[in-house]
Design a protein around this ligand. Structure first.
Ligand code: FES
Length: 122
């Protein structure tokens, strides 16, 4: 079980929902199921509109691996460098910026920030 807390200017207050560890739901699927309005379009890592900022609330450093589509989109949005990718892959550290439609919830309590503007994290 993991707590996922959403924070955005679009929300009156932070919203925390529970996600079952081990399922394969993305942050976007969890948000949709709980009527959290993360902007999105393609749901397939192609448009970059679902940009989020992710922070571990437990101090765990592991996160879901970057997908190839995330690497391309986040680099084109200027949110990820080649060094960030290298560090993520070698140390299993999740970068701060992710795509909600690609990030799979793991067994960690996280804070997810989004601006409400497509492609804007916060
Ligand atoms: S919805 Fe298009 S990249 Fe996530």
């Amino acid at each position: 079980m993991a707590n996922v807390t959403f924070s955005s200017p679009l929300l009156h207050q932070n919203v925390t929902v529970y996600s079952v560890a081990g399922d394969t739901h993305t942050i976007l699927a969890v948000a949709d199921a709980n009527k959290i309005p993360i902007p999105h379009d393609c749901k397939d890592g192609e448009c970059g509109s679902c940009l989020i900022e992710v922070e571990s609330l437990t101090g765990k450093t592991m996160g879901s691996l970057l997908t190839e589509k995330e690497k391309i989109q986040l680099k084109s949005l200027g949110k990820l460098t080649a060094e960030d990718i290298r560090r993520a892959e070698i140390q299993d550290l999740t970068p701060k910026y992710r795509l909600a439609c690609q990030y799979v919830v793991r067994d960690d309590d996280i804070l997810v920030k989004f601006s409400g503007e497509p492609g804007g994290a916060n």
